[in-house]
Design a protein around this ligand. Structure first.
Ligand code: VGL
Length: 217
């Protein structure tokens, strides 16, 4: 992959999307993504290029309307809710191991801006920029980046094919230059990851293999 030039750190933010144990093999009964627990080093290297480090977490109620059961399995459709699409295994419940960021990352209070999403039982957003599917209720992250004068966002996290993809697309739509770092993200399935990368590229998201592809202008 070719070298991608980025501005000085003051105009750059680094986004750690949902890098929680719940999306790693540390929590095999939740939503484990292979290698999800291995990306902290690359996310920290990526953050070194940015003046602002942003994080997000899923924060879900055990009473959520989308929780999969034996007769209503994972990926089956949920009807009757505007901001929920399919069922998932229960994941990212505050107070559990799965809710915590993976080892090697800062604590949430050490980030410059942090988003907790999906707190309501009938909200299951994927992107970290809006609480709802219609992109109406901002989580505030876009406004934070605008106020700080950021124009370029480096993105990594879990999972490439769901929350990382949606977050990258929302940031592009808001007018930022967005760079997805493949070494800092892992996805659920090869097919959906490849489709997600294509979709992001069509939307103008730039893709790098690792921070080794970055060059500060
Ligand atoms: C995610 C599926 C369900 C993600 C969250 O963080 O990518 N994927 N909930």
């Amino acid at each position: 992959m070719s070298i991608v030039e980025i501005p000085n750190a003051e105009k750059v933010a680094s986004f750690d999307v949902d890098v929680q144990n719940t999306f790693t093999p540390v929590c095999p009964d939740e939503l484990p993504v292979a290698g999800g627990d291995s990306i902290a080093g690359e996310l920290n290297r990526q953050a070194a290029f940015a003046a602002y480090r942003i994080g997000s977490k899923d924060a879900h109620s055990p009473q959520s309307v989308w929780v999969a059961t034996e007769d209503k399995p994972q990926f089956s459709e949920v009807e009757g809710y505007e901001n929920v699409d399919i069922r998932w295994n229960l994941h990212a419940v505050p107070g559990t191991k799965g809710f915590e960021l993976i080892d090697g990352l800062p604590r949430p209070a050490e980030y410059d801006f942090f988003v907790w999403k999906g707190v309501e039982p009938d909200l299951h957003p994927y992107g970290a920029c809006y609480h709802d599917f219609a992109d109406k209720i901002s989580t505030g992250v876009i406004e934070f980046l605008q106020v700080k004068g950021v124009d370029t966002v480096l993105v990594g996290g879990l999972a490439t094919d769901y929350c990382v993809k949606l977050t990258a697309l929302q940031l592009r739509k808001a007018g930022f230059r967005v760079i997805l770092n493949l070494a800092a993200t892992k996805g659920i399935a090869e097919e959906t990851v490849n489709a997600a990368i294509k979709e992001m590229q069509s939307a103008g998201v730039e893709i790098i293999s690792s921070v080794a592809d970055l060059k500060v202008m």
